[in-house]
Ligand binder design. Structure first.
Ligand code: CO
Length: 134
């Protein structure tokens, strides 16, 4: 059901410093910051030959990233995103097998303008999983 790894998301306490690290030290192709008010984050995408890295920084006081950064003050891997062909079919299949979908269970539009859903980390070996319909 899942396809390619779309991206790995890393929450960071300093977005500019993290962008500079990937651009200058690691020599990667680093994009520009995008605010995602629906998700409470500012993101920067880094293009790698085979996948992307999504740098996440809190946007607003009730950002879901705030708590994560309190627990992980130097940052850390926040979620991984797998591609699916049909997000509704994937959601229904996962729900039928007992997995929990976060939020309302309805897809939101993600950072690439495509529908996304998040799955409960306790149901996926301790990893927050994002599904993106491509
Ligand atoms: Co993501």
């Amino acid at each position: 059901m899942i396809g390619r790894l779309n991206h790995v998301a890393i929450a960071v306490p300093d977005l500019e410093a993290a962008a500079a690290l990937y651009r200058d030290t690691l020599g990667a192709k680093v994009g520009t910051p995008q605010d995602e008010p629906d998700h409470g984050v500012t993101v920067i995408f880094i293009e790698l030959p085979n996948t992307k890295i999504e740098l996440l920084y809190p946007l607003g006081d009730d950002s879901p990233i705030n708590k994560f950064l309190q627990k992980n003050p130097s940052g850390g891997i926040h979620h991984i995103c797998y591609e699916v062909d049909d997000i509704i079919a994937a959601r229904d299949k996962l729900k039928a097998s007992g997995a929990r979908v976060l939020g309302t269970g309805e897809p939101k539009i993600g950072a690439h303008g495509k529908p996304v859903l998040f799955l409960h980390p306790k149901d996926f070996t301790g990893t927050l999983v994002e599904l993106e319909q491509v």
